[in-house]
Design a protein around this ligand. Structure first.
Ligand SMILES: [Zn+2]
Ligand SMILES: [Zn+2]
Length: 430
């Protein structure tokens, strides 16, 4: 029996299956390149971290009470007995790296971006995969709400530049260790009389992580929680001012947004700002990405006291949304400029030498290793989309020339072997 990829993990292909055109490497590179361009424009630099981290890093940062740590991580033990985990999210590894390399000492305002793979062993469905690619930014060293606004506007702009204009930004404040405990108690008091009617997840969240109940999608629970007290009414002076200030900045930037009082996101480490961007192009899994502020995280992971804010955007969701919104874009042309057709064994040997020279001159070129007949080789040249075919047969060999055929115009000419590279280059200019 042939193997298939692990459940809910995708192959991204140069020739994607017709039902899943978004699984196309060309499209992925196009979106990644746009993301890099936007990040560079805003002063963010790229960081790459290993695909694995010590398990304790995620337990400490993401939090024991979260779904991610309690049931979704891919864990393994190495030969030295170390417990390792495939990255379930992008922020904690970046925090670990900046502490390890003391980056904040040299760069008190540190702005980073990354493109990486995340792994979560959760129930899969379209738009929710066990391996997914995340495009993220993290900014450390400032508690200024203007930085929150910059990070949010960067995400909004990125989506706009790849064509997703159908997007909604939702923002909330999840408070801080000063104001959140009192709200948590208030929420528990409110839920207590109806807790027995709520779903199993909410029953355990009630004990370990009551705020996450606000996230619940079970219809009856949503109904119960719609009347719950709002975190925004319980913010301390500092958190309240931060939120008002963020909103003023977003208005100055002309970034439309809605307040979503129940938006909490799945991490324990968020403080103050939390945000999410959704798109109608995605159906039920409508979140494109989101993020928030995490002012205690660097210190919790053993680093200096340094505030931070960031986001993570899902690559797959992005591409699926672009697909369903019918966004057209031109991917990089991977067709060879030149295709060599050789007829006969000695011509083959000459063609191999010429192919190497052409490639060495920086020109993309290819030849057929399967077909023998002229017809079969010409068919492949057409299929690959080559613009110029170079033919070498017995006659060409004898005369020391190569026959050129322009595939667009069907024009033909004969070029001396020593002038082939020059002729291809001048032809490309025509
Ligand atoms: Zn507060
Ligand atoms: Zn529930």
């Amino acid at each position: 029996m042939p193997f298939s990829s692990p459940p809910y993990m995708n192959d991204v292909l140069p020739y994607p299956p017709s039902g899943n055109t978004w699984l196309h490497t060309g499209r992925w590179r196009w979106v990644e390149e746009r993301f890099r361009q936007v990040c560079r424009r805003y002063g963010y630099r790229e960081i790459r971290t290993p695909i694995l981290e010590l398990t304790d890093l995620f337990v400490r940062s993401v939090g024991e009470g979260t779904d991610i740590v309690s049931k979704e991580m891919f864990n393994l033990v190495d030969r030295g007995g170390r417990r390792l985990t495939l990255k379930p999210e992008g922020t904690a590894p970046v925090v670990r790296a900046i502490i390890e390399h003391e980056m904040l000492a040299a760069h008190p305002l540190l702005k980073l971006y990354y493109i990486g793979q995340n792994f979560r062993n959760e129930r899969g469905q379209k738009g929710r995969y066990r391996q997914h690619q995340q495009l993220g930014v993290e900014a450390f060293g400032s508690a200024d709400p203007a930085l929150d606004a910059e990070v949010i506007e960067l995400a909004v702009r990125f989506y706009r530049e790849i064509g997703i204009t159908d997007q909604q930004l939702q923002i909330n404040s999840v408070g801080c260790p000063q104001c959140r405990p009192a709200y948590r108690e208030e929420l528990k008091q409110y839920v207590k009389p109806t807790l027995s009617e709520m779903c199993g997840d909410c029953k355990s969240r009630y004990e370990v992580n009551p705020l996450r109940m606000l996230d619940c999608k079970a219809p009856h629970d949503v109904e119960i929680l719609s009347g719950a007290p709002k975190l925004l009414d319980w913010l301390c002076e500092d958190c309240g001012e931060h939120f008002r200030s963020l909103r003023r900045h977003l208005e100055v930037m002309s970034v439309p947004h809605q307040i979503a009082p129940q938006l909490v996101r799945g991490f324990d480490y968020y403080t103050k700002t939390a945000f999410e961007i959704t798109s109608g192009g995605l159906g039920s899994q409508n979140a494109l990405g989101g993020g928030g502020r995490y002012d205690g995280l660097v210190e919790d992971c053993g680093g200096p006291a340094a505030p931070g804010i960031g986001f993570g955007l899902g690559m797959e969701r992005c591409l699926i949304a672009m697909d369903s919104l019918g966004i057209e874009f031109e991917t990089e042309d991977e067709a060879p400029a030149v295709f060599l057709v050789a007829l006969g064994e000695s011509a083959k040997s000459a063609a191999v030498g010429l192919l190497t020279k052409i490639r060495g001159a920086g020109i993309s070129a290819d030849m057929d290793y399967v077909g023998k007949s002229l017809k079969a080789q010409m068919r492949l040249a057409g299929k690959l989309g080559a613009r110029l075919v170079l033919l070498i047969g017995e006659n060409e060999l004898k005369e020391g020339v190569v026959s050129f055929r322009n595939m667009m115009t069907s024009q033909q000419e004969t070029v001396p072997q020593s002038e082939v590279i020059q002729r291809i280059q001048s032809w490309a200019m025509e």
